[in-house]
Design a protein around this ligand. Structure first.
Ligand SMILES: Nc1ncnc2c1ncn2[C@@H]1O[C@H](COP(=O)(O)OP(=O)(O)O)[C@@H](O)[C@H]1O
Ligand SMILES: CC(=O)OP(=O)(O)O
Ligand SMILES: [Mg+2]
Length: 410
């Protein structure tokens, strides 16, 4: 008699961005990581792959042009195979894909078939920087492992609980409905994970707390989470609305668009590129990396100081807005690259909000750590926290749960 084959527990997570692919291989038996990596500057000069095996072996860097996302995924598959963790492994249970725009239809993780892919494709016009890359990732993974469940975890899913008052734009209802123009919100996997982790940090259940989550990465968004449900978020039809970002403007008067068409003769595509790629921090001062901006400010650079001030001013406005939306706030949580690392951003965004019960302790704010932590003083009514996000772990969990218990798919 042969022993029963244990069911596979590993999940590969692919997070394909406009010019990068982040990936992690996790073992969901214990949630541990076997390998993590990143391919960056895809299609540009100086592209490189950084692969880190986490159960023995050295970090490896591959430099040289990676022409497109398909080539990037082939290289990722090769690196994993070199560690004996290839995509052909029988221990792989599923591949989980971050998909940025799922419209209104996808409110939960979904096993991908041709029909689901067609719907993701249909949403390309409202996520032009993200959905095409997600589709290539899915197609390539399907070709490499046609037998394996491929699961989509949508950025928009967590925000589908927003009430109509928050999700509706105040434009003609028929036009809005005909073109499905409404506020969808993004980074939902991160907002869900971080709001839950914040509750845990406070020693409470998610249902008991109201949290403002500030996801400040290259893309940035804020959300108001009441008892574990999203009630408002700063991104809208596309990931352009809301906060000032690395290269995106966030909120602008929509009249800017037709004004530029009329007076500057710019096309819709040129304005799209302006607002998505040549605005935000990079548009204001030429740099989109907060580390570089802080360095320039320390040297007395006025443009960098202005970029920082515009960024923080917008952030503070959203904290105030979501405070009002929630009525009672238990915590404000900073996360993602800027939120987790840039103490000056946290300090400046919370400064002056003592009347709202918000304050930051300078010593606690200066601590560098990978752990979730509170940075407000003991006396403060509202906790201010730094809560590292982990989109890949959350995608792996949702993917594995769906493969094990398909009944939860909506
Ligand atoms: N030590 C740091 N200090 C300040 N900002 C940082 C630091 N490390 C990263 N960042 C910021 O985080 C950004 C990247 O955030 P991340 O969440 O990784 O973005 P994304 O996932 O959207 O690519 C960088 O562009 C940079 O501005
Ligand atoms: C939706 C979005 O803005 O994602 P990212 O921050 O990865 O660009
Ligand atoms: Mg990100």
């Amino acid at each position: 008699m042969t022993a029963p084959t244990p069911s596979p527990t590993r999940v590969l997570v692919l997070n394909s961005g406009s010019s990068s692919v982040k990936y992690q291989l996790l073992d969901m038996a214990d949630g541990s990581r076997l390998a993590v990596g990143l391919v960056e500057r895809i299609g540009e000069e100086g592209s490189r792959l950084v692969h880190t095996p986490l159960r023995g072996g050295e970090k490896r860097v591959r430099s040289g042009t990676v022409a497109d996302h398909a080539a990037a995924l082939k290289a990722v598959a090769e690196e994993l195979a070199a560690d004996g963790l290839g995509l052909d492994s029988p221990e792989l249970a599923a591949i989980g894909h971050r998909v940025v725009h799922g419209g209104l239809r996808f409110t939960a993780p979904t096993v991908i078939d041709e029909e689901v892919l067609a719907e993701i494709e249909r949403l390309v016009p409202v996520a032009p920087l993200h959905n095409p890359a997600n589709i290539v990732g899915i197609r390539t993974a399907m070709t490499l492992r046609p037998d394996l469940p491929q699961v989509a975890v949508f950025d928009t899913a967590f925000h589908t609980t927003m009430p109509e008052a928050a999700a509706r734009y105040a434009i003609d209802v028929d036009t809005a409905d005909a073109y499905r123009i409404r506020r969808y919100g993004f980074h939902g996997t991160s907002h869900a994970y971080v709001s839950r982790e914040t509750a845990r940090l406070l020693g409470k259940a998610p249902e008991e707390v109201n949290v403002i989550v500030l996801h400040l990465g290259n893309g940035a968004s804020a959300s108001a989470v009441a008892g574990g449900r999203c009630v408002d978020t700063s991104m809208g039809l596309t990931p352009l609305e809301g906060l000032v970002m690395g290269t995106r403007s966030g909120d602008v008067d929509p009249a800017v668009t037709f004004h530029l068409m009329r007076v500057a003769g710019m096309t819709a595509d040129e304005i799209d590129t302006l607002l998505n790629k040549r605005s935000g921090l990079v548009g204001l001062c030429g740099d989109n990396d907060m580390r570089e901006i802080r360095r320039r400010i320390d040297e007395g650079d006025q443009r960098a100081a202005l970029a920082f001030d515009v960024y923080v001013h917008r952030l503070k406005k959203y904290i105030g807005a979501y405070y009002a939306v929630l009525g009672r706030v238990d915590a404000v949580a900073f996360t993602a690259g800027v939120g987790e690392n840039a103490a000056p951003v946290r300090e400046a965004a919370i400064a002056g909000l003592e009347e709202l019960g918000l304050a930051v302790d300078a010593d606690l704010n200066a601590v560098r750590s990978d752990e979730a932590r509170i940075i407000s003083p003991e006396y403060a009514r509202v906790a201010v926290a730094v809560v590292p996000t982990d989109e890949e772990l959350e995608i792996a969990r949702q993917t594995f749960a769906l493969v094990h218990d398909p009944a939860q798919e909506k």
